[in-house]
Design a protein around this ligand. Sequence first.
Ligand code: ADP
Ligand code: MG
Length: 236
Amino acid sequence: YEDFIHKADKLNVVGELAAGVAHEIRNPLTTIKGFIQLFQAKHSCYEQYFQLINSEFDRVEAIIYEFLTLAKPHKETIFKEENIFQILEEVVTLENANALLKNIEIEYKSVQETLLICCDKRSLKQVFINVLQNALEATSEKGKIEIFVEKKNNQFVEISFKDNGCGIPKHLIDRLGEPFYTLKEKGTGLGLMVSFKIIENHRGAILLDSEEGEGTTVTIQIPLCGDCPQISVGNV
Ligand code: ADP
Ligand code: MG
């Protein structure tokens, strides 16, 4: 538990820093990008260097983008009663396009049911997208991702994302959620950090269970409506 608090403190500091820094960096970046494109058009003999510049540039932009989403929720979060099945339906529809490209099946049996949670829908969708994206990236062609929803003792809802991808080595699991901790060549290592922060502010929890070479299950617990303590607007 102490560990958890420690992590949360670290996340708040990073979040505040992110807001200022990311914003300030964005404008000069736009100018630089414009000039790169101009030079690229004029100096086609350096094409291979421009390719490298552009791919590194994309990486910088991805990091700034994730930093901004991390910082943004401070201002615009709205906690409302939402149907968890509706949210998942929307996320799966979105991610199915990506999954199809990789020939991966996302198995989610949408139940005609209503299960209300008190949440900021946009932030929560962001968490589910992050988790699904990770599952897709970890899974090879013809893999499978399953989503389960379960109500636990009338107190919280548990959403599990189970993939049969590459898995995570045991000794690395504790480090996940640290800023910039990534095992991917093009990763930012910010997705899980943002997700931990959002779920923490929903008074929920994220649990990771993984077996190297077998797959990973990410379980997200969120309090059901009626059981959530007074959550104020604007504090995700
Ligand atoms: P990124 O995706 O940019 O690397 P994340 O914070 O989203 O950053 O994830 C951090 C790391 O956690 C990933 O680099 C990956 O090694 C590991 N990871 C997360 N989810 C999964 C998964 N479902 N299967 C395997 N590894 C995962
Ligand atoms: Mg990710």
